[in-house]
Design a protein around this ligand. Structure first.
Ligand code: ADP
Length: 398
């Protein structure tokens, strides 16, 4: 069974065609500059790489081009679009309504669109992409929505409520939602299955560290807390996002600098984090090499993020009454042994101790990096959100 996975943004449409019989990626690519002009990058599992310009006035033309490139020319991997059994869509926000992945109907698309206050940059284009997809693939191809927020819907009220007046929760749904749920679920479930452990009694902390980063506490296989909040701005510092700050900083700066809400949001989301602290780059690799060369603010950015991750692990160990496994994933989590060393240093009191040889040994696969006698296992587990979406899609369409 072949499943097409779609990750739509306001001006882009990433896709992956996966053969679920063997989980092989047949082809993947990205349609960019939708609504501007149009550029498609396409790679096949057999190594063909293509890139060309073609107009994408809307997501619909982008879908038509995806069908074209998958079925014709040198990038072809299937004979007919009918070979695609289903389409799985990544969705940023499912509000409180969507606690699990869901087969897409017109009502689901309207709901996703209606959550635009909660996910203004993502939900409207994702709903538009679903409508465009339906018009190109036809109603006989089932579609499934997989929400970044749904894994976190098991958080108890005491973890997701803020200390703001309750009426704003009732009026505007102000609360912690959490994001990267597909990755946190994939990595924690994969660990549980791979190790053959009983989810009951497991106390797992997942550190998803990439351009955007979040940390989740998973007890008995379900999320009980997570670092991102009402939006993906909360938690630890990220590439260009500030992470948590005293909220008074926002009103203070708006007053002092005469900033509008949009300008302030731009500063917190796009000009802060690694970039804002270092003044150099939002890319963790650049910061690590600059800090080795003595760049003080690059080192400061590295120090801040490592300290914050350590504090989250400690607080989640407290919330769960201990920790049985610590899992690193995402571009930084999978690749930066230096970060993992510093984060784990001093956490022996909760059973965390690395085997430094294993930690430095890069495999690109699931890899245990804790010392053999440590009570908490530490693993590097590459995330695979597309495969998780495709698996949900198969499960739901039977
Ligand atoms: P996204 O959140 O966009 O999916 P990724 O998960 O791909 O991002 O992570 C990208 C981040 O991973 C970048 O900051 C990149 O510098 C970082 N990264 C990749 N390799 C390394 C490495 N060897 N050391 C430190 N950081 C790395």
């Amino acid at each position: 069974m072949k499943v097409l996975v779609i990750n739509a943004g306001s001006s882009s449409l990433k896709y992956q065609l996966i053969d679920m019989d063997n989980e092989n990626v047949l082809a993947k690519g990205n349609c960019e500059r939708i609504g501007v002009d149009g550029l498609i990058t396409h790679k096949t599992g057999s190594g063909v790489k293509m890139q060309y310009e073609t107009p994408f006035p809307t997501h619909k033309e982008a879908f038509m081009e995806v069908v074209h490139v998958l079925t014709e020319g040198e990038g072809k991997v299937i004979d007919d679009v009918k070979e695609i059994s289903a389409v799985g869509h990544r969705v940023l926000h499912g509000s409180e309504k969507y606690k699990v992945s869901t087969v897409i109907t017109d009502e689901v698309i309207d709901d996703i669109d209606s959550f635009r206050d909660l996910g203004p940059l993502h939900n409207p284009p994702q709903a538009a992409a679903m409508r465009a997809c339906r018009s190109v693939f036809g109603p006989e191809t089932p579609m499934v929505a997989v929400f970044d927020t749904s894994f976190h819907q098991t958080m108890p009220e005491k973890a997701y409520m803020y200390g703001t007046p309750y009426e704003y929760y009732e009026k505007y749904h102000i609360r912690k939602y959490g994001f990267h749920g597909t990755s946190h679920r994939f990595v924690s479930q994969h660990y549980i299955e791979m190790r053959g452990i009983d989810p009951k009694g497991s106390k797992i902390v997942v550190c998803h560290l990439g351009n955007g980063s979040s940390i989740t506490a998973v007890r008995d296989g379900a999320c009980i807390d997570t670092s991102m909040g009402f939006t993906p701005l909360d938690g630890i510092i990220m590439g260009t996002r500030s992470g948590a700050v005293d909220p008074s900083v926002v009103t203070f700066l708006m007053n002092k600098e005469g900033l509008t809400p949009d300008q302030m949001s731009d500063i917190m989301n796009k000009k802060s984090g690694f970039l804002g602290i270092s003044g150099l780059s939002s890319d963790a690799r650049d910061l690590v090499s600059a800090s080795h060369e003595g760049h003080a603010r690059a080192k400061l950015a590295c120090d801040i993020v490592r300290y914050q991750i350590k504090k989250y692990i400690g607080s989640y160990a407290a919330a769960m009454g201990g920790i049985t496994a610590l899992l690193f994933t995402g571009g930084i989590g999978e690749n930066s042994d230096e970060l993992r060393t510093e984060v784990c240093e001093g956490l022996e009191f909760i059973g965390i101790r690395l085997d430094e040889n294993e930690n430095r040994h890069k495999t690109g696969e699931d890899h245990k990096i804790s010392a053999a006698d440590a009570s908490c296992e530490v693993w590097v587990i590459p995330t695979n959100e597309e495969l998780a979406i495709a698996k949900d899609t198969v499960a739901l369409i039977g």
